[in-house]
Design a protein around this ligand. Structure first.
Ligand SMILES: Cc1ncc(COP(=O)(O)O)c(C=O)c1O
Length: 359
């Protein structure tokens, strides 16, 4: 078989190690995963809804996510036809590229940001234009300067992964005015629920600007990472194209009822957000006490500057049953990303980190 030559240079995405794998390989009974920005709680109301739906798993799901679409369109006050659902919000990134990229078109990605943009853009034959961060934040001015007549998509993770920083309403308002109408601005808002008050209202902006697409997910604040469901909102025209090219049953039956149950329980969401805020302050204090440098985060994770290679620390923590995320895939060997876990897990992590430093 003759494969595409250009695929040889693509580094595939390396996710955080699964708990099962670490238990298996190190013979551990208990493992804490603080690596993939999931929340540490099991949403029981969602479990119940999913269990009720199990009796129907011999049937295909509704291809257009009818009930979920109706609920979300009411909640977000957008036309249901503006919404696209994905098998996780990851799929929306891929779909937008499939819809817009011809070989050789340019895609602007910042650095360090969510790696899927660059990986998928390369798979789609795009030329990557990388714009470095300025003090761990997106530099929208610099992005503006890099737009050319070949630019098709600009990806903005807001808040960003792995830094946890965000761009404000004001910055975004100025930026969108500078972007030509034929360039799509893809706002990836996977962590928007955690963000503070001056976070941009991109849904409102979409009423004025047609070249905006906003993706969100049920994987983070809602606790549904294992179910794989995300959504995007754009113009009806763009949503129609994306719906045309997606797989018909991309969001499975259990994911659909899970997402519906998630939207129906604001109390759980509020608890999660309050918890994350409180625990983040605990971790800031403890990390600071250990002399660690870190970036203040608008999300449920913290990027730590360990100031030396994290490989030994990572192995030490794995042996102790803790999975963190090294940032080697971002070529940031001295940094790691820590997801906020249960208090017991965070405390154990801090103790192990202290032990390691004192070795
Ligand atoms: C910035 C960002 N966007 C998108 C995703 C993908 O999320 P999902 O496909 O689970 O919706 C992630 C996951 O870590 C992320 O960090």
């Amino acid at each position: 078989m003759i494969y595409r030559k250009d695929l040889e240079n693509i580094n595939s995405y390396k996710p955080g190690k699964p708990i099962e794998e670490v238990k298996r390989s190190l013979g551990l009974k208990e493992v804490y995963k603080l690596a993939s920005n999931e929340i540490p709680f099991i949403p029981l109301h969602i479990n119940k809804a999913i269990q009720r739906e199990l009796k129907n798993i011999n049937r295909y799901p509704e291809a257009d996510c009818f009930y979920l679409r109706r609920l979300l369109s009411d909640k977000l006050e957008v036309d249901g036809e503006q919404i696209v659902f994905g098998n996780g919000s990851d799929e929306l990134i891929t779909l937008s590229l499939t819809a817009l990229i011809n070989k050789g078109d340019e895609v602007i990605v910042s650095y360090p940001t969510f790696l899927i943009y660059e990986i998928q853009a390369k798979i789609h034959g795009a030329k990557i234009v990388r714009v470095p961060f300025c003090e761990f934040r997106y530099s929208l001015n610099e992005i503006g300067r890099k737009i050319s007549n070949k630019t098709k998509i600009i990806f903005i993770a807001n808040p960003d992964n792995p830094t946890g920083t965000y761009v404000t309403q004001k910055e975004v308002e100025t930026f969108v005015e500078k972007v030509p109408e034929d360039v799509l601005i893809f706002f990836d808002e996977a962590y928007f629920e955690f963000a503070p008050a001056d976070y941009p209202n991109t849904l409102k902006l979409l009423k004025k600007k047609k070249n905006i697409f906003i993706s969100r997910t049920f994987s983070k604040a809602y606790g549904l990472a294992g179910m794989r469901v995300g959504y995007g909102v754009g113009t009806k025209e763009f949503a129609h194209i994306m719906n045309k090219i997606r797989e018909p049953f991309n969001v499975n039956r259990l994911a659909q009822v899970g997402a519906i149950a998630a939207l129906g329980n604001d109390i759980f969401l509020k608890k999660v957000l309050n918890y994350v805020q409180k625990e983040k302050c605990y971790l800031y204090k403890e990390l600071g006490g250990l002399g660690m440098k870190f970036v203040k985060s608008a999300t449920n994770f913290i990027m730590v500057d360990f100031q030396k290679d994290t490989a030994n620390l990572n192995n030490y923590l794995l042996e102790k049953g803790i999975i963190i995320r090294e940032l080697k895939s971002w070529e940031m060997d001295n940094f790691f990303r820590l997801t906020i876990g249960k208090h017991k897990e965070n405390k154990y992590f801090i103790n192990c980190l202290k032990e390691y430093i004192e070795l």
